[in-house]
Design a binder for this molecule. Structure first.
Ligand SMILES: Cc1ncc(COP(=O)(O)O)c(C=O)c1O
Length: 377
């Protein structure tokens, strides 16, 4: 089956092990198992002892009770029986399209976003309609245009809240209106929520799975819980038909998620207050650093993120973004992601949830390149 190259992932694969300052990473700064246990106050030796005595079977096929309990605690209406563990959010998104989208189906996706949300349904033969988000609207959708696109018979509407790459955050009132649009068309509403809880302000943004009976929430341990090394994500939905289809398809491509990943994931979820506090404090401190830096860079502008771990930064030089970013990583050692990976020219995406020191060094490298560009002009 043909599928378009995944532009962001190909860029990251090519450069992320070669750079000095990785300010392209979208996960909150990852930590070791030792650091996780110390953060959550759990006993690593006791965990190790009890885990090492377990027989390594497939484990609980539909997810261990403690993992499901932990995931359910992130929602208000979602219970254990509404959750389907997957291999990362990447596995979850893929699995939803594999289970629900048929050739010829109409799928509407807001862009820019994670490319899975339009290239996978397209590869399954769906008719994918995209609605572009713009910086002048704070990267939020125009709801009357969205209403006109989500016609009766639309199979699925795909959104991503908070948004990667822009860091825009749809408030609850907007999500409620989008739910109404989806309900009118009787379509599924998939929301990729891997950055949920990473807000700059102390506000609670509900999950689409809590707001809509045909809502499908996707999330994972990678970003907010900074544990991308366990490839663990999930689908949460109250729709029994979606669950049935996803579980049936899952027998063919996954079986279970693996005992190790589930055990570690359950520990992080058990300590979620401390884990989330670390993530929130890092993204808030680092966005302040980024914001101050941008204000002092005359050739740059951006729409300040409200959530997530990424920002889309525009520059006013006439250089294609791939050339700009390649020069930055090759000559100055800092890795960011070209805006053209999201079809947004003259921009780059920064991932600012790394260690603050690395962010500062990466931004200094960027400043050095911008000064050299000024002299070139
Ligand atoms: C919006 C979005 N969804 C899904 C993923 C995949 O995440 P995971 O590591 O959980 O597979 C990413 C990773 O960058 C992402 O940004």
């Amino acid at each position: 089956m043909d599928i378009k190259p995944f532009q962001v992932e190909e860029w990251m694969n090519a450069y992320e092990t070669q750079c000095r300052y990785n300010i392209a990473e979208t996960c909150v700064d990852s930590i070791s198992l030792e650091a996780l246990f110390s953060l959550t106050g759990e006993d690593l030796q006791a965990f190790w002892k009890s885990f090492s005595r377990l027989r390594l079977t497939y484990g609980d096929i539909e997810g261990s009770p403690s993992l499901l309990e932990g995931i359910a605690s992130l929602y208000t209406t979602i219970k254990r029986q509404h959750i389907i563990p997957t291999h990362g959010a990447a596995g979850a998104n893929h699995h939803i399209f594999y289970s629900l989208v048929r050739p010829g189906d109409r799928v509407v996706t807001l862009v820019p976003t994670y490319q899975q949300l339009y290239s996978i349904p397209e590869s399954y033969g769906a008719q994918v309609i995209t609605l572009s988000l713009h910086p002048e609207d704070g990267f939020l959708p125009d709801l009357s245009t969205l209403r006109s696109l989500v016609t009766k018979g639309t199979r699925m509407l795909c959104i991503n809240n908070p948004n990667n790459p822009s860091g825009a955050l749809m408030p609850e009132s907007m999500l409620q209106e989008i739910v109404e649009i989806a309900r009118q068309a009787d379509c599924y509403l998939l929301c990729d929520e891997v950055y949920r809880h990473l807000n700059q302000e102390d506000i609670y943004i509900p999950s689409i799975a809590d707001l809509y009976e045909k809502g499908i929430s996707v999330s994972s341990m990678s970003k907010v819980f900074f544990l991308a090394g366990i490839r663990l994500g999930w689908i949460a939905t109250r729709d029994p038909e979606v669950r049935k289809s996803c579980l049936s398809h899952r027998d063919y491509n996954l079986i279970s998620c693996g005992m190790w990943d589930e055990h570690v994931g359950a520990i992080a979820l058990k300590g979620k207050e401390k884990v989330l506090a670390r993530s929130q404090s890092l993204i808030r401190e680092n966005l302040a650093v980024l914001d101050t830096w941008i204000k002092h860079e005359p050739h740059l502008s951006y729409c300040k993120p409200q959530a997530g771990t990424t920002a889309l930064v525009f520059y006013d030089y006439d250089i294609p973004s791939v050339d700009f970013c390649r020069r930055l990583v090759t000559d100055y050692g800092a890795l960011v992601t070209p805006g053209d990976c999201f079809d947004i020219p003259h921009s780059f995406r920064i991932g600012y949830a790394c260690q603050t020191n690395e962010l500062r060094q990466g931004l200094s490298a960027l400043s050095a390149m911008l000064r050299d560009e000024e002299h070139r002009m």
